[in-house]
Design a protein around this ligand. Structure first.
Ligand code: FRU
Length: 492
């Protein structure tokens, strides 16, 4: 049975989505069918395809009562739009179907687990809910909500209790969810269940203890290359160092399990050090890859970010393959992107001093690798999405090993300074950058993906210049491909 709210959302998105031409959207980053998108939700394999949902307010380009938008793909890059999957249509989720996850059941159904949000006399009440379906239509369980404030540890708060990430291990189901603990800061709670309806609190996996921000949103927990990894998105982080961002941040907590199965924290690092990244979620692919997708937007005051007249707002990042190397999280664009690479142009040992442009090196949809070698202290600046007065810049200072991403002059709709400087590992003046440029974004993978910086860009597409500037002496190798959709659209 489809509710009136869902029927209305589906009719609206079908009508409005048809008014947006492919050229008005990114080439390969996911955007909402119409209106507003935030977190990725329900990233999962189901019946041989990848499904991806997202926090969705179809009726405007601002956040509003949350629905789940829906799409699926065979290659993680070309997404087929499907009708909205969830609408806030039940007493327990009437003020929003908040973030959550998905899994395939042993008997072949697609299970969604999400946070039902309702306001009672102005107070938030958040609880975890389930819906089952066939990859297009989903029915909410009559047992909903299945985890409520009554299953919180003492001091926990049902006002901030959300974003369940679900998985199955053996014959049991597990889920982690974010909560605000008695000390006013975040923790990640682990639950388990045999039948999906009765859930047991196993304990807290880790907590902020007011050291790592306040509420912890969108937890994810998985093992990778022999380690256990907890991803969390804290609010109100007071950055403990220049590698972290104040406010909303995403943390990778690397650890191991002790003999009692308890998570022991070993290190904490930022996941993405750019200007736009939050609330990521991972999926384990059938071939064993752990792939992460994030919301490519700074949470904050997004209304001033929406370019005038734009009918969609919000993008997801590229899917990124994760691994652990030398105790660090390594990210790289999914290898499926290689099928999109066209027209290779390459240069070797290009001497840099002063300003330079290179024949064949321009464009707004590119996969470009630069291996830079600085001779002594100096500053190297790469400008892209450039025309007479607009550009976005990446600037490397080889002495102090600092990398700056600066889109202050990108023609951004808000008149603000948009710049971030982060330390990079000292490699004796060498730096490797891989830039993935899409029409409205850049993702920068540094030194083989040991750091990543993502940012949205709303510079008009005509600004497609690329230039290189050096103070001091340096040389570089460069390889660039134009990115274009593969010609053969095999939908199987
Ligand atoms: C993170 C978040 C989640 C919540 C959702 C609501 O961006 O605040 O915690 O479920 O967005 O849209």
């Amino acid at each position: 049975m489809i509710s009136e709210q869902l029927r209305r959302a589906r009719a609206y998105e079908a009508r409005m989505g048809a008014l947006i031409s492919p050229a008005e959207r990114p080439l390969f980053h996911l955007t909402p069918t119409t209106g507003w998108l935030n977190d990725p939700n329900g990233f999962s394999g189901y019946r041989g395809e990848y499904h991806l949902f997202y926090q969705y307010h179809p009726y405007s380009t601002s956040w509003g009562p949350m629905h789940w938008g829906h799409c699926k793909s065979r290659d993680l890059l070309r997404w087929e739009r499907l009708p909205a999957a969830l609408a806030p249509d039940q007493p327990y989720d009437r003020d929003g179907c908040f973030s959550g996850s998905a899994a395939e059941t042993p008997d072949g159904r697609h299970l969604l687990m999400y946070t039902g949000r309702r306001l009672e006399e102005g107070r938030e009440v958040q609880a975890q809910c389930l819906a089952v379906g066939n990859g297009e239509n989903y029915e909410k369980l009559s047992a909903n909500p299945v985890i409520t404030g009554e299953q919180l540890p003492p001091g926990g708060s049902a006002q901030d209790f959300r974003d369940p990430k679900l998985w199955r291990d053996g014959s049991r189901w597990y889920a982690v969810a974010g909560n605000r603990a008695g000390d006013g800061s975040g923790e990640v709670l682990l639950y388990s269940s045999e039948d999906l309806e009765r859930w047991r609190l196993e304990g807290a996996l880790d907590r902020s203890a007011n050291q790592w921000g306040k509420m912890w949103e969108c937890p994810d927990f998985f093992s990778l290359d022999g380690q256990s990894i907890l991803l969390v998105s804290p609010q109100e982080l007071e950055a403990p160092g220049p590698e972290f961002h104040n406010g909303q941040e995403v943390l990778c907590i690397l650890g191991g399990l002790d003999s009692g199965g308890r998570f022991i924290r070993q290190s904490i690092s930022p996941v993405d050090q750019g200007l736009d990244f939050y609330a990521p979620q991972t999926a384990l692919l059938p071939d064993g890859r752990r792939v992460m997708i994030g919301w490519m937007q700074a949470a904050g005051e997004p209304s001033c970010y929406v370019p005038k007249g734009q009918k969609w707002f919000g993008q997801l990042t590229l899917p990124r393959e994760l691994s652990v190397r030398d105790g660090r999280l390594i990210q790289s664009p999914v290898r499926e992107l290689e099928a999109w690479r066209k027209e290779r142009v390459s240069y070797e040992n290009v001497p840099l001093s002063g300003s330079l442009t290179l024949p064949g090196v321009s464009g707004r949809t590119l996969d470009m690798k630069i291996a830079l070698r600085c001779r002594g202290d100096g500053t190297f600046t790469l400008k892209f999405a450039q025309d007479g007065h607009r550009f976005t810049a990446l600037c490397f200072q080889s002495g102090p090993n600092l990398l700056t991403l600066d889109r202050t002059y990108s023609g951004f709709p808000c008149n603000l300074v948009h710049r971030r400087t982060v330390p990079v590992r000292d490699r004796a003046g060498e730096l490797e950058l891989r830039l993935i440029l899409d029409r409205f974004s850049v993702e920068v993978f540094v030194n083989g993906g040991e750091q990543v910086l993502s940012a949205t860009l709303y510079t008009p597409q005509e600004a497609d210049g690329i230039s290189f500037h050096a103070q001091g002496r340096a040389e570089m190798d460069l390889e660039r491909y134009r990115l274009a959709e593969p010609a053969c659209q095999d939908r199987g």
